[in-house]
Design a protein around this ligand. Structure first.
Ligand code: NCD
Length: 354
């Protein structure tokens, strides 16, 4: 396998995804066996947005594979402060590293970066768009704790509109057979239409609920998420949405004994601490599976030492993406890239319709 980048999991062939998940399982059985796999390799973590788990699990994964680290987690301490473009920053840092891991508040930033690097790029979260390595973490957790990725009823509760972990998860999990997604949120925070359409186009079922209690008894998996405060237009709007869905131990009385509760973390108030000791809570174990998933990904993505050449791309259309959070709004030199759907042109960076 020769992975160039990981921007979105649906870019991988099903066999490549299966291989990474299988390899993550293998690593978890004997992590120290792989301690020299990335000796002499360097990973650069370019974090333009806050992170605890994603950044540290990437770093720990590379260190456990015997590799080394460079990077930043405060762009204010870098030449970004002097006005350097994303293109220049990644072009230069890709001369220093064998793989770049990027997190940005801008949707489509990792894809944009991948056009200008001489080494692979991993998307560690691009605004409210996607977070593919959290999905690798989630799928590894499901493999371990439920034992299958198909025939599942999965409740997604919280901020389905802005939660990039939810977007990547439904995009990927709907490619497995017979999964049913119960979207539990307020109408304001429902899953973007393009993702609802994608789930049904993949042959899976979408249902909606505004009550966690009503949905709970049917679920095999409950994926809770934080209301994404930083993506809201005003503090008042956030105040109206926060605290609507809270999972506590009392509510779990009506859930299946085999339910698994996942959360990408950090949690704010959507799961009370009395749930932590319930055997169905898998969110802390999930952080450990994330380490193995990232070890597997880094190993696979860096195993070919040949450097890739940067691509030159031309705009595909004259149109301009109007999503204010799209990377093309901030990095104006980027080619305008769109794909065509029955509903019209869609921006390749952020998946917003024009
Ligand atoms: C998530 C993220 O950054 O999108 N956290 C993570 O990576 N584990 C979820 C969140 O911040 O709510």
């Amino acid at each position: 396998m020769h992975l160039r980048d990981l921007i979105d999991l649906v870019d991988l062939r099903p066999s490549e995804l299966t291989d990474i998940l299988r390899f993550a399982g293998e690593i978890s059985q004997n992590p120290s066996y792989y301690r020299g796999s990335c000796q002499h390799k360097i990973m650069a973590t370019l974090f333009y947005e806050p992170s605890t788990r994603t950044k540290m699990s990437f770093q720990a994964a590379m260190l456990r594979l015997g590799g080394k680290l460079i990077g930043f987690d405060d762009p204010g301490n870098t030449s970004v402060k002097k006005g350097e473009s994303l293109k220049d920053t990644v072009r230069v840092t890709s001369n220093y590293a064998d793989v770049l891991v990027i997190r940005s508040p801008w949707e489509g930033a990792a894809l944009a970066a991948s056009f200008y690097t001489r080494c692979p790029v991993i998307n560690a979260g691009d605004g409210g768009h996607l977070h593919p390595t959290q999905t690798l973490t989630d799928l590894t957790t499901l493999n371990y704790t439920v034992g299958r990725l198909e025939n599942l009823t999965v409740g997604l509760c919280g901020d389905n509109k802005n939660g990039r972990t939810v977007h990547s998860l439904v995009r990927t999990l709907s490619r497995y057979k017979n999964n049913r997604f119960v979207l539990i949120s307020t109408p304001q925070l429902t899953l973007p239409q393009y993702l609802q359409d994608e789930i049904t186009a993949n042959g899976c079922i979408v249902e909606f609920s505004e009550s966690l209690e009503d949905a709970l008894p049917t679920l095999d998996v409950l994926y809770m998420t934080r209301i994404q405060k930083e993506r809201f237009a005003s503090p008042e709007e956030y105040e109206r949405q926060k605290g609507v869905f809270v999972l506590d131990a009392a509510k779990l009385a009506i859930a299946k004994p085999g339910l698994r509760i996942l959360h990408p973390l950090p949690r704010v108030d959507e799961i009370t601490v009395d749930v932590d000791e319930d055997s169905r809570a898998a969110y802390f174990a999930q952080t450990e599976y994330g380490l193995y998933a990232r070890m597997a990904l880094i190993q696979r993505i860096t195993e070919h030492s040949d450097r890739c050449v940067t691509k030159t791309l031309a705009s595909t259309h004259d149109a301009q993406c109007l999503n204010p959070r799209c990377i093309t709004q901030n990095e104006v030199y980027l080619p305008h890239l769109f794909y065509e759907t029955a509903a019209g042109l869609v921006c390749r960076y952020c998946d917003h319709g024009v």
